[in-house]
Design a protein around this ligand. Sequence first.
Ligand SMILES: [Zn+2]
Length: 269
Amino acid sequence: MRVFVVSDMEGVSGVAKWEQVSGGEPLYEEARKLYTEEINAAVRGAKAAGATEIVVMDCHGAGKGWDFNSLVPELLDPDCEWVVQNEWTEYTEVLEQGCDAALFVAMHAKAGTPLGVMSHTISGREYHDLRFNGVSVGETGINAALCGTWSCPVVLVTGDDVVCGEATELLGPELLTVAVKQGLGRASARHLPPVRARELIEAAAKEAVEKRDRVQPYDPGKPCEIEADFADAGFVERYRHRQGVEIVDGRTVVSRADDWWAAWRQLYF
Ligand SMILES: [Zn+2]
């Protein structure tokens, strides 16, 4: 059984400040250890549920050489392998090979969510909102659609209570979630201690993988229209000659295609 672990850094217990998720900052070095240990908890849970191949993909852009490269290799559980990708949402090989379940660890809420710790979508400076066939989504929705393209269901989401609520609303009540902290604002949270957070993540990962058949893969619909609201016209300009993408106004573009993955590639790459 193959399990894919998709992870971000803002949703880790003990992490609430931008300096903790930015490569090169002194606070980052402790946070990346906390991050790696939450990944290990999910790996242990998946293993206990019978996973024989567990692949981890860090999706956190920490800047410079730390982009998608925040995990501490020597701390990682020996029973997983991990991917360092170069572009966000670029790595799909393990999904193409066929994945039985995806676990999303340490996610954050979408842009414009006041109580979500470090809430944003892709890049706070670029994107104000994204909509898949009219439904507003954040990074959980994007990664769920990526997994869904190859029929892989997302069975667990962890992070603050805000992203857990966002994920349940989008993916349905069968999704298991673990809130490792309560969002009190964009840079404030009431945390569970990391040791307890890891126990909860491990137990939920095991249960989620065991009950994976209850959850349907996420598909935003076919055909698919992705609307993106940008911060300003400078970001819209680059789509002037892009096939399949219409510039609606100085802030908004729409990418249209037969399915989500085609619409996403037109918009994002
Ligand atoms: Zn991140």
